[in-house]
Design a protein around this ligand. Structure first.
Ligand code: PMP
Length: 389
């Protein structure tokens, strides 16, 4: 990769060369037979990767925030109650979006690195009647992983729609949308789905579709309205031409390519690979004497790791030293502690050699900054963990 930097941020990520080749294919008409087939295949594959054979997929030009906006715009009427289970920056974004659509929002938060307890969630659900709840599967600002399954069960028990922000988890963490009866699972293309930025992806359960069909008021957002997009998705799924807004042709072709690769690998294998690499990476970080944001490893994400700078290190110099070795990691995002930590993305096409290169750059930067540790211990820990598999 001469002249290229290794992109180890939590999205956009490193993309497979085959996916990038699809981006550079000749752009056809959005109603050309080859494109209709590609879009139809991509929608079929979305349902497979989400493990949602009964779900209704939507793939629309936009970023992950549009997918969040679309879920809320279509499901919320002004005055509905909504419960946000927040583990960081992106939980608060859901609160902002819900409030923009005039929902009454209750936000449940926990100290940084922790998760609101199931007991607190159930107490909130008992306290009033909610239309929907949101879960951030992996909050990219903290690297906290929430287990959505028991929360989805509670949502079902109290007849509340469950919405999963899977922007930093879909195709990297375990999700069984149909089996867990999650009503919305949404993401963006640039993360573990493995396609350059520009696509909002969402799968709605049949229950969510009925809630939308029965709404009494117009969806107060023209572009996000499922009335505009459902006929388009249906048409491509049936391999018919149609038009509402011009689809990003090359991104959709790249999506088909990436989802095919994910499906060939097997979604379970892919999730396990993420777990293996992330577990080994966390062991190395701990061997270097560094601490992660999540309070324990059981709620640490497998798609990225958020790591506190050691107290003896100057953050700016540390990040500069890493990038001098052509490895790019991300700084902090959570406003309260933004300057205290950095983040390493390890999802999608990431390989153990990418992580070795990253650890090597981290060790170099730590040494340069004067942090005391046994030279090579991070690399050795990672290699031992990977080789013991
Ligand atoms: N939710 C989560 C968990 C995210 O990580 C992100 C992006 N980092 C978003 C939502 C918003 O996605 P986008 O930047 O594509 O709008």
């Amino acid at each position: 990769m001469k002249g290229r930097k290794l992109l180890m941020i939590p999205g956009p990520i490193e993309f497979e060369p085959e996916v990038l080749r699809s981006m550079s294919a000749v752009t056809t008409s959005h109603v050309a037979p080859n494109f209709i087939e590609s879009f139809g295949n991509a929608l079929d594959l979305v349902k497979k990767v989400w493990l949602a054979p009964t779900g209704q997929p939507f793939v629309v030009a936009g970023s992950g925030t549009l997918a969040m906006d679309m879920a809320v715009a279509n499901l919320i009427d002004a005055g509905d109650n909504a419960l946000v289970i927040s583990t960081g920056y992106f939980g608060k974004r859901f609160k902002d979006i819900l409030e923009r659509y005039k929902a009454n929002v209750t936000i449940l938060e926990a100290p940084i690195g922790e998760i609101p307890s199931l007991e607190d969630i159930e107490n909130a659900l008992k306290s009033k009647s909610y239309k929907l709840l949101t879960i951030t599967h992996v909050d990219t600002s903290t690297g906290v992983l929430v287990n959505p399954k028991p929360i989805a069960e509670l949502a079902k028990k109290y007849d509340v729609l469950s919405v999963l922000d899977g922007v930093c988890s879909v195709a990297g963490e375990e999700i069984h949308q149909d089996e867990w009866e999650m009503d919305i699972v949404l993401t963006a293309s640039q993360k573990a789905v493995g396609v350059p930025p520009g696509l909002a992806l969402l799968v709605a359960s049949q229950k969510a579709m009925v809630t939308w069909k029965n709404r009494k008021t117009l969806v107060p957002n023209y572009y996000a309205d499922w009335n505009n997009w459902l006929p388009i998705m249906n048409a491509y799924q049936d391999r018919r031409p149609s038009y509402f807004g011009t689809p990003p042709v090359n991104l959709i072709m790249a999506l088909e390519t990436s989802l095919k690769m994910i499906d060939d690998e097997g979604i379970n294998n892919r999730v396990n690979k993420h777990k293996e690499l992330a577990t080994a990476f966390r062991s190395s970080i701990s061997a270097l004497g560094l601490r992660i944001l999540p309070k324990n490893n059981s709620n640490a994400a497998n798609t990225l790791t958020a790591i506190y700078y050691p107290s003896d290190i100057e953050a700016g110099l540390f990040l500069k030293s890493i990038s001098s070795l052509d490895v790019i990691v991300a700084g902090g995002l959570l406003p309260e502690i933004k300057a205290e930590y950095f983040r390493v993305g390890h999802m999608g096409a990431v390989s153990s050699s990418d992580i070795i290169a990253t650890l090597s750059a981290i060790e170099y930067a730590l040494k340069k900054g004067g942090h005391k540790f046994e030279s090579g211990i991070g690399l050795k820990t990672f290699q031992d963990a990977i080789n013991s598999k």
